[in-house]
Write a protein that binds this ligand. Structure first.
Ligand SMILES: Cc1cc2nc3c(=O)[nH]c(=O)nc-3n(C[C@H](O)[C@H](O)[C@H](O)COP(=O)(O)O)c2cc1C
Length: 386
């Protein structure tokens, strides 16, 4: 039987070639929000490496919604061609091009990780990375020493919802087939969801329904401009990692509401509401540590989920699918180490003709080498080495 990891998944009018997704990963290397050759090569290698879906990193719907000066955007038409180049290449090599749209809220305008991962300081300013004013639900800073953001007004919220829809239209024009709304990691939408950061007393705060309102309005606006044939994903921080914060039961309620709006996949991450980490305080990062969230949402909201977080071994990924805990497996850092992870999985899980997951330019030679030599015969290797 074909390993589950290599069985296609139908999502509306699309079919993935396998269940491996390259998780969105910021590169902090865009110029005024424009992608360049780096993004093409970086994401291109994952498509030629055989992934089923390749995500372009968190892309800002407003200029001030970038995490760093190096984050890409789709707030202007001039940014479409750079994305179109990436999406076109990814599609040409058999993967589905996907994009994550977001707004970084109180965590916008920070340092690129390698310059400190904190608020911009005089060294960044000397490099030309000038600070800007952040926005958030209630004007609370991320932590002590971080800039104090402005609370969004109701008019700002209207503009924001429209800007998400406009960015989605541009993403579509660029050739992406999947759009994901970024509702995780302490960025703007997550900070509206969490009672730790949303202290508003208007319709966008208060009880869970109020705190969910912005995420739902934005997702509805994105769904409206995204074709019926193409899926919408939502990335959630399934828990804040604090008993006073956003809980898994809240995520299940959110997932049901998103499903009703036409969201196809819940992408289950966690944490990030305080500081820049994506793991909650005291939360051990063990292999598959976020899989239970994907499993619970899948069972209780009865919708497709994507598991992510320290999934590195093909057998581990296969088991997650076999146990019905998720429908898609997202790989992040392991893909940075091994962009051909899908080939490794094909070999380890015993897929027929494993090299066929690579483009013909590689497959033809690798299959031939295997057929015509004892390359994989350990005895033969030992004989050569002795
Ligand atoms: C360099 C880097 C950049 C990331 N950028 C994003 C991002 O743009 N959006 C997002 O939702 N998560 C982002 N993440 C989180 C990953 O998508 C993923 O959830 C996380 O790395 C856990 O998966 P892993 O253990 O397979 O790396 C990033 C992670 C890394 C390592």
């Amino acid at each position: 039987m074909t390993p589950l990891l290599f069985q296609p998944l139908t999502l509306r009018g699309l079919q993935t070639r396998n269940r491996v997704v390259i998780s969105p990963m910021c590169q902090y290397s865009a110029h005024e929000g424009h992608l360049d050759d780096w993004h093409l090569v970086n994401l291109g290698r994952f498509a030629t490496g055989g992934a089923g879906i390749v995500f372009t990193e968190a892309t800002a719907v407003q200029k001030s919604g970038r995490i760093t000066h190096g984050c890409p955007g789709l707030w202007a038409d001039s940014q479409i061609p750079g994305h179109a180049r990436v999406a076109g290449f990814v599609l040409q090599h058999g993967a589905i091009p996907a994009i994550q749209l977001g707004h970084a809220g109180a965590k916008s305008g920070m340092q690129r990780p390698w310059f400190g991962n904190g608020p911009l300081d005089e060294h960044d300013i000397a490099r030309g990375d000038m600070p800007w004013t952040q926005v958030s639900p209630s004007g609370l800073p991320v932590a002590d020493g971080w800039p104090v953001p402005e609370a969004l007004t109701l008019d700002d919220i209207k503009v924001l919802v429209g800007d998400f829809a406009s960015a989605a239209k541009r993403a579509l024009a660029a050739g992406y087939k999947i759009v994901e709304v970024h509702g995780a990691h302490g960025y703007l939408l997550h900070s509206f969801l969490s009672p730790l950061t949303n202290k508003r007393e208007d319709a966008y705060g208060g009880d869970r329904a109020g705190r969910m309102r912005l995420a739902l309005e934005i997702t509805a606006a994105v769904r409206e401009v995204w074709p019926d044939d193409f899926p919408v994903f939502f990335r959630t921080s399934a828990v804040d990692g604090s008993p006073d914060g956003w809980l898994l039961e809240d995520t299940v309620v959110l997932a049901r509401a998103l499903k009703d709006l036409g969201v196809d996949v819940m992408d289950c991450s966690s944490s990030g509401i305080a500081g820049s980490a994506t793991a909650g305080k005291g939360q051990k990062r063990q292999p598959g540590f976020q899989v239970p969230y994907a499993e619970t949402v899948r069972q209780e909201a009865k919708m497709a989920t994507m598991a992510v977080g320290l999934i590195t071994h093909p057998q581990q990924a296969e088991e997650i699918l076999a146990q019905g805990r998720a429908d898609l497996i997202a790989i992040g850092r392991e893909a940075l180490a091994n962009p051909n992870w899908v080939l490794q999985a094909a070999q380890m899980l015993g897929l027929d003709a494993p090299f066929s997951v690579l483009p013909t330019q590689s497959d033809w030679w690798l299959e031939g080498r295997q057929r015509t030599s004892d390359f994989y015969d350990p005895d033969a290797l030992e004989a050569v080495q002795s």
